[in-house]
Design a binder for this molecule. Structure first.
Ligand SMILES: [Zn+2]
Length: 314
């Protein structure tokens, strides 16, 4: 069997631009913002491709029943590479190839007996699926922890991730590059499986003071741009196609709370009434003093409500 597929090389672009330059095995290059490779791998469509589709395609392999040898295994691997492929998910496509070929090598080294090449691929798939499940689980746990939504298990997984990452250092080399006529060395990361990618991306996000989080409106994993305390993503919201989660997330949350809590309902009614009164008074050109008195009253209501909510969350 051919050596382990190449995977991707990643190096950082110019400092301050937060860009990663990804070099694929055919030497083509793409620029990814930090976190975007990870988000590509966590897209539900991509997870399906890396998970269920692999299992299905092994079953459909036309030479499934052929005897296991170099030729049939090569054909089997080529069959998978030809189907587990997505133009808009090049990192996932490449990492499938390198991860699966790594697993083939490891299973072959264990030297078991297999009735057919399909049988062998099924065994590889069992091991490979663990790797997929691992990165999906850990990425989810990290995002939940960063969003203060983690369960006990996820909190433990988060701590485990840190120690595992430290244990398994990323393979790096440095390349000489010439920038403005002077030579400088640039660190190049070799990413050959999902764990490498998770490791690199989370570490790199950390350096840039960014985090992967769970959107409080749609539940998808995202990386906040700008303020890291943002709780809503910038994707199309599930409620309205013309609005992004960060545009209507807060409104949807209020709506949810209103239907859940009487307090919120009462607060909403009172303030709405007061705001309407102020509007009408302005229309009638009522005295400024009176309008201001009502405005003050609204402020007090808002404050009272905020205090109440604080008390509830304590
Ligand atoms: Zn969202």
């Amino acid at each position: 069997m051919k050596e382990v597929a190449h995977g991707i090389d990643v190096y950082y672009g110019n400092k301050g631009e937060n860009q990663n330059i990804v070099v694929f095995s055919n030497n083509s290059q793409m620029i990814y913002k930090t976190g975007d490779m990870l988000l590509e791998l966590l897209d539900p469509k991509v997870i399906y491709m890396l998970n269920q589709k692999v299992t299905n395609m092994i079953k459909y392999f036309p030479e499934y029943k052929m005897e296991l040898d170099y030729e049939s295994l090569k054909n089997g691997f080529m069959w998978l590479c030809g189907t587990i492929e997505e133009d808009d998910a090049p990192v996932a496509t490449e990492l499938f190839q390198s991860t699966f070929s790594k697993v083939i090598k490891s299973v072959a080294d264990q030297g078991g007996i297999y009735s057919s090449v399909g049988d062998f691929l099924e065994t590889c798939n069992e091991e490979y699926q663990l790797e997929v499940a691992e990165y999906v689980f850990f990425a989810g746990a990290i995002a939940m922890k960063n969003s203060d939504m983690a369960s006990e298990i996820e909190k433990k997984a988060y701590d485990m991730f840190s120690s595992l990452s430290a244990e398994r250092e990323l393979l790096c080399s440095s390349k000489r590059r010439y920038i403005n006529g002077t030579a400088s060395r640039r660190k190049v990361y070799k990413i050959t499986d999902f764990w490498d990618l998770l490791n690199m991306e989370v570490g790199r996000l950390d350096k840039e003071r960014k985090k992967i989080k769970i959107c409080e409106n749609c539940g998808k994993i995202f990386v906040p741009v700008g303020r890291s305390d943002t709780i809503y993503c910038g994707l199309t919201s599930p409620q309205r196609v013309d609005k992004k989660c960060y545009e209507i997330g807060a409104q949807m949350k209020r709506k949810r709370l209103r239907s859940e809590s009487g307090d919120e309902h009462e607060y909403h009614n009172t303030t709405c009434k007061l705001y309407n009164m102020v509007r009408r008074m302005k229309e009638k050109n009522d005295p400024e003093d009176l309008i201001n008195w009502y405005k003050k009253h609204i402020e007090i209501e808002v404050q009272k409500y905020t205090e109440k909510r604080k008390g509830v969350s304590k």
